[in-house]
Design a binder for this molecule. Sequence first.
Ligand code: ATP
Ligand code: MG
Length: 348
Amino acid sequence: MWKSRWRSRTARWSVVQASAPRVTAVVISHRRDAATAQKVMLSGARGFVASPAEPHALDATLRAARTRHLDAQEMILRPPSAGGEPPPAGFVITVFGPKGGVGKTTIAANLAISLRRQSQARVVIVDTDAYFGDIALTLGLKPERTLPDLLEQVAAGERPDVMSFLLQHPSGVAVLPARHAGGVHSPPDAEAIAHLIRTLARSFDFVVVDTPGAFGPSVAAALDESTTALLVTSADMASVKDARISMEALREEGFSDDRLKLVVNHATNANSVTDSDIARTVQTEVFCSIPHDREVPISTQRGEPLVLHAPRARMAQEVNELAAMLSGLGTTEPEQAGVFGGLFRRRG
Ligand SMILES: Nc1ncnc2c1ncn2[C@@H]1O[C@H](COP(=O)(O)OP(=O)(O)OP(=O)(O)O)[C@@H](O)[C@H]1O
Ligand SMILES: [Mg+2]
């Protein structure tokens, strides 16, 4: 019931924004909870104010909304400014894990499509794996201009339009792929990655970031920009041990538990450890457990993600559930959705 009411509101705001592109939509509501604010922003509005509002708070929101609106129309990757920019409105979900081959790319691709399909939100997926990135392959797209090309232009002092580097997937998800076919690139500059993610989060509701197998400066930069970080482990002891070390290291760095979620992906069908063993070892509850599905490697090879091409597959259903939890659309009451609304808060 709530879901369908929410969908119609989503449609209404999108129509307002599309039919009057020069208008900046800001919503004033008597509701003050994070979930309502999140839903309003996802519906295409550029700002949210809880009433009654102090004049200075209203003024700050209107100014930030206007800047967001202008940024969304012109997505130029400028050098980082000394400050004064409003915080990006979009949610950044980084999919990472210290081990290779645990299913990060598979989850990132399916999650991005599921977010798009469930909320009609603006979703972009960024492949930051400069060497071996295969988001484009997984989505059946042929990359032309890639992340390394974009960063090269920035390094050369140019101001590239990020929009011209994005591919459009038939699901409506925008894609920034990583590499030329067969090309090898040096690891991307961490600060440039952080700046790119912030730029995208000004124009998209969700920025899904896929990361390389090894933990490096660009992964750390993406995590810093994240509202939610999904730590992916497969169900084998080597991967679980590395997940525990990563979790401890991030906690020591001050990364709060409400931003860090453990995802178990049963990438193989050798169930050597159970989810409860994993939760005990990593000392974190399992946020989502994705079952093994032999259709997954086939879908990867075909470039046809399961959430689109076999939505009834168990793996697809679990990813849909994950997307619903992350977007706050998975609950029946807005108050309950506030639990998930709490996920989307950047550090500091
Ligand atoms: N739940 C699953 N069931 C079956 N196979 C899976 C599952 N998840 C992933 N796979 C398969 O496992 C392989 C590795 O997945 P993927 O490329 O997503 O891992 P990755 O963590 O991104 O790897 P890398 O670190 O190399 O980037 C792929 O062939 C994929 O199809
Ligand atoms: Mg990958």
